[in-house]
Design a protein around this ligand. Sequence first.
Ligand SMILES: *Cc1c(COP(=O)(O)O)cnc(C)c1O
Length: 397
Amino acid sequence: MLQEKIKNELSFSYAQRLNQLPGYLFVEIDRKKKEMIKQGVDIINLGIGDPDQPTFAHIVEAMKKALDNSQYHHYPMGTGLEQFRQVSASWYKRRFGIEINSAKEIYTLIGSKEGIGHFPLAFINPGDVVLIPEPAYPVYTSSTVFAGGVPYYLPLLEENNFLPDLSVIPQAIKEKAKLLFLNYPNNPTAAVANKEFFKQVVAFARKNGIIVVHDAAYSEIYFQEKKPLSFLEIEGAKEVGVEFHSLSKTYNMTGWRIGFVVGNEKLIKGLSQVKDNFDSGVFDCIQIAGIKALEESGEAVEKIRQMYKGRRDVLVEGLRNLGWEVRMPQATFYVWARVPGNYSSAEWAKRLLEEAGIICTPGKGFGPSGEGYVRFALTVDEDRLKQSLDRMSKVSF
Ligand SMILES: *Cc1c(COP(=O)(O)O)cnc(C)c1O
């Protein structure tokens, strides 16, 4: 039989780049979770960074209308619609006070993850070092590995307000380093960067000839008077880097896949050359919806900030009452909490699941410096959070 022949003759082995990806740490927790769901246990999921609320109605309406226009049914332009880029540039100007040339300094992305994932392919040669904070969003490591780069990790420690200490990077590493990833407001630590830090980053990048890639996916989810900064607000930043923006978290559009990158023209050009060979851009109708999102969502975004803030207060105060040590997050929809007692983060996550039916993410999954913490996502309502606190109070530590 043909099928048998194929089975006998072919043996597949994965490319080395797949074997180089860090292993998945939570196989057991995952298995347990699936089993409990199957048994019908009422699980409170504080594990995933995906808003629970629907996309704002005015954005959905704009999409519906756009669908009837057959002009949008063709291949989109890789760069994105001129209007989408102009509106993104105007949004940038309004929000951060920075002038962006919409023809050269901005590029539409199929979600910021896509852009971050492809960026190193344009600039990293095999053996080049990439500076990556940890704990962190995993895509910085996988995109580095896929480009043949070598990650050098910068621990984000609570005593440094979860900012990397650039002064301790060895000279030999600085010489081989080609790129630095940053992400503020930060996932998973919920830390916010100040101007002083970004100034140090620009000086560091200039001195050592390092490209800065700043992931600003949570720039609009903040609770403090002082809004999070754009990296590009710092003098000289546009000469050394780019900033990735996403419509996903701000407008509850995670499923739509749209974002953009802003900054240095040459860096954006490099990314566009990679992208032009992999994808054909964002469906025009989604860009039309994105325009609506960027232009008319001021009030709606303010409402979700208030919503997350209310949830944050409930969870942080509740955890503190239970004896947890927790910082009050000033941005993002995450709470990064030090686990009580002498448990590892994975052990805690397992106990919370088994004894309270609560899913959270063990900090170690984001990198070794995440050990001792768990991440809670504020993606369930206040009643559900109160219920989860009630259940947690019955887990002894
Ligand atoms: C959610 C997230 C992204 C990805 O956003 P998309 O635009 O939906 O791809 C990027 N970076 C961080 C840190 C995130 O948490």
